[in-house]
Design a protein around this ligand. Structure first.
Ligand code: ACO
Length: 433
């Protein structure tokens, strides 16, 4: 779809720029040829205004709080599907038939084991290593075991790599956790579904099987689904950019895990719980934390609040909040952190600072409270986000790799450094310290 061209005037020059219109009437000015025709580039910090790709995977409207996977509203997807069904949908574009789903699940299930040598890989890491670093390294290492299936232009290699990655990530996470606790590794079980198998590998012992609570498995399934894709966010963009240089899937996704690990992105769920623990330990008074978040001279931010795109509400946060309450009720737990989170949300949502800046709870605000109740340690929360996001990264990478119009990701810059100057010999340099 196209609309009339846009006109850009810079100095004496006037340039016609094509306009692109998306399926949901999003309008973009195509500047792809701008520098070639005018010598001018655009400047856009943090890509806040830049669509780098056309994508048919996820639609989100931050003003209205809409999120859809392949057209299906997130509320319906979360309520009705399984995580692997969502993974299929995101990658293939359509809901699977019963036989397609059975075949897909069967293939994933039969790739969950790691090469036995990989045990030594986990042992090489310190027991207190952050699990996001270990996961990124483990995903990188997968490429070394499958050198014949790495070419992003080979459809067979692409397909088997996507399945291996999705299948093996829970095993890698569980084994890195077991190593951190100095406990024996627990092997995957093919009679369990994806989420139940992950819980089994995390919490079972060779001497005692972990009893999977259906309420916990259901909530984790929903959490994974809610994290499954979020269009062109920091980590998905990283995956695409790394892949645009024809790096293999494992290398591209390992880079995505690193991008996700930051506290402004997927690392926020860990920071939220640490912040709530601090609030509870300090007696539960919310006010000083809200005051600090509003103080321009204080770098402190309310973790789990704010989002680049959502300016009304984050639909994922609303679903997670409901689940947090339900899970705690079902498990008959009373968590002071949930109470603190709800109080903090209430105060912030009525505060002019947060109203003016359109800051609302994001996906990370309530997820940590549920993970904690399920028995996951705090530093594992970003890793749970990464397991959930795996289908999205895979689908985004695949779309990028299959798109004939993909070009290597290579932004421009505005140089603001020194002008040309002559080299000064070491002895002649003035001391500037
Ligand atoms: N607490 C206090 N103030 C905030 C917060 C917050 N959590 N978030 C944003 N603001 C303020 C900023 O200081 C800024 O104020 P200013 O206009 O006076 O300078 C304004 O709101 C806009 O914030 P930006 O940082 O410019 O917004 P941006 O879109 O670049 O960043 C981000 C979004 C990173 C999510 C930010 O809101 C944040 O740091 N939140 C806390 C961390 C967090 O929860 N991250 C998870 C995000 S969801 C995800 O990635 C999975």
């Amino acid at each position: 779809m196209t609309r009339e061209d846009a006109t850009l005037r810079v100095g004496d020059g006037e340039y016609e720029l094509p306009v692109i219109v998306g399926a949901e009437d999003e309008v973009a000015v195509d500047i792809n040829r701008l520098r070639a025709t005018s010598g001018v580039v655009t400047f856009d910090r943090g890509f806040a205004n830049t669509a780098e790709t056309k994508s048919a995977i996820t639609f989100l409207d931050g003003e209205q709080g809409i999120l859809r996977y392949r057209g299906y509203p997130i509320e319906q997807v979360a309520e009705r599907s399984s995580f692997l069904e969502v993974a299929y949908l995101l990658s293939n574009g359509q809901l699977p038939t019963r036989s397609q789903l059975d075949e897909y699940v069967d293939e994933i299930t039969h790739h969950t084991m790691l090469r036995e040598d990989m045990k030594h890989f986990f042992e090489a890491f310190p027991r207190d290593a952050h699990p996001m670093q270990t996961l990124a390294s483990a995903i990188s290492a997968l490429a070394t075991y499958y050198p014949d299936a790495l070419d992003p232009r080979d459809p067979w290699a692409m397909d088997i790599s996507m399945k291996r990655l999705l299948a093996k990530v829970p095993t890698m996470v569980a084994w890195s956790y077991k190593h951190s606790c100095n406990q024996p590794y627990v092997y995957p079980r093919n009679d369990l579904d994806y989420v139940a198998n992950f819980l089994h590998m995390m919490f079972s012992f060779p001497v005692e099987e972990y009893e999977i609570d259906p309420a916990v498995a259901k909530a984790l399934n929903v959490l994974f689904i809610l994290h499954a894709d979020h269009e062109q966010n920091c980590s998905a963009t990283t995956v695409r950019v790394v892949g645009s240089g024809h790096a293999n899937l494992f290398s591209s996704v390992a880079a995505g895990v690193h991008a996700l690990s930051g506290p402004l992105h997927g690392g926020a769920n860990q920071r939220v719980v640490e912040m709530l623990e601090e609030i509870v330990a300090a007696g539960g008074d919310i006010a000083p934390f809200v005051a600090r978040a509003k103080d321009r001279d204080d770098p402190f931010r309310l973790m789990g609040f704010g989002h680049r795109v959502y300016k009304n509400f984050d639909p994922r946060a609303q679903i997670i909040k409901r689940y947090a309450q339900e899970v705690l009720e079902k498990l008959e737990r009373d968590d002071p952190l949930l109470a603190a989170a709800m109080q903090l949300e209430e105060v912030a949502l009525q505060d002019d600072y947060f109203i003016e800046k359109k800051l609302y709870p994001n996906v990370d605000f309530y997820s940590g409270v549920i993970y904690r109740t399920m028995g996951f340690p705090t530093d594992l929360f970003p890793v749970l986000f990464a397991i959930g996001r795996m289908p999205g990264w895979i689908a985004q990478w695949r779309e990028m790799a299959q798109d004939p119009t993909t070009r290597i990701g290579r932004p421009r810059q505005i140089y603001v450094g020194e002008g040309k100057r002559d080299w000064v010999e070491l002895e002649k340099r003035a001391d500037r310290s």
